[in-house]
Ligand binder design. Structure first.
Ligand SMILES: [Zn+2]
Length: 245
């Protein structure tokens, strides 16, 4: 049930089928010189919409911006702050709760550390504010963990490389503009550099040359399987009441 395409009456009727919703979160972020800035949003939205064809769940409109740290200075990245990510997700979650949603899955296609921490903080705030709301927070990396070792040929592939290029080749081939060179960043950790792009000029973390549309189709299929499993677990989850608030 795709919320933005439903009428108010259809939404109310949908609550008779399920009280579970997915909130996809993405980013507007450089993805090498060959993938669109919306790659993370497109990826998670595709998984959520496909999962909604297999199990009763509302899909809220995606949040198309995220907190992007290491790519913040590459052309095209539009990053929002930790507090904004946290407040956006907490506000939307509260409103969904007032509308009758009792199980919320915050699912992000952008897997940056600070970004994911903001989502977890939003989930914690929602847990405190909405006593009978079950909240789950996950990323595409969580969904694919342990499921794609036989598919991905590039060790350490993380951003705009084999995996994401395959995904976009499958979902929106017209948005793949050639390819980018294989690259891994050379950050002088633990120093927080002022110009990360100097240590990561191409903005690729992996090998786009190893990608294929067939692999993308398989990655999406496995991601949808994993997301449907999470939705069913969240629907069935019952927590033993405790004296803790
Ligand atoms: Zn990405």
């Amino acid at each position: 049930m795709i919320m933005e395409e439903m009428t108010s009456r259809e939404f109310a009727a949908g609550l008779e089928r399920t009280r579970t919703a997915i909130l996809p979160v993405g980013s507007l972020e450089e993805h090498g010189s060959h993938l669109p800035l919306c790659t993370d949003t497109m990826h998670m939205e595709a998984l959520a919409r496909a999962a909604a064809e297999r199990t009763a769940v509302f899909v809220a409109p995606a949040i198309s911006y995220g907190l992007c740290r290491s790519t913040a200075y590459h052309p095209g990245t539009v990053s929002i702050s930790f507090d904004t990510v946290r407040a956006l997700v907490a506000d939307i979650g509260q409103s969904l709760y007032r509308q009758g949603i009792r199980r919320l899955i915050v699912a992000t296609g952008h897997a940056g550390g600070g970004h994911q921490a903001a989502l977890v903080e939003a989930g914690e705030a929602l847990k405190a504010a909405c006593p009978d709301l079950v909240v789950a927070v996950l990323s595409v990396i969580d969904l694919l963990a342990g499921r794609v070792a036989d598919l991905i040929k590039t060790p350490g592939d993380a951003h705009s490389g084999e995996l994401e290029t395959s995904i976009v080749m499958h979902l929106a081939p017209h948005l793949v503009k050639g390819t980018s060179p294989r690259e891994f960043p050379n950050f002088p950790a633990p120093i927080l550099v002022r110009r990360p792009q100097d240590f990561w000029p191409g903005g690729v973390w992996g090998d786009p040359g190893a990608a294929s549309a067939d692999q993308g189709r398989e990655l999406i299929a496995r991601g949808v399987d994993a997301l449907v499993e999470v939705i069913e677990r969240v629907k069935a989850f019952e927590e033993t009441p405790t004296s803790n608030p």
